[in-house]
Design a protein around this ligand. Sequence first.
Ligand SMILES: [Zn+2]
Length: 84
Amino acid sequence: MTSSGATYRPHPFGWVPSGGLRHASTDTRPHEGYPNGFVVGTLCGHQLAAENTDLAWSWETCRTCDDKAHELAKPPTPPAASAR
Ligand SMILES: [Zn+2]
């Protein structure tokens, strides 16, 4: 397996609207997103059925998922032990 050219993987999670909020999930996701009714485990610790509708994408972002997504999106830089 050659890894030259580095397959571009922006983030290890996807966004999934459900129950009035947009949540993030690390579950494997089809290219076009989670289908309607597809149950995913969200970063805020729930099992929710995706609502893949235009309206759903205008919902607010789940704060817990947003926080955790930012954690995941951070580059894996080691803590600067000599920062102080
Ligand atoms: Zn959430």
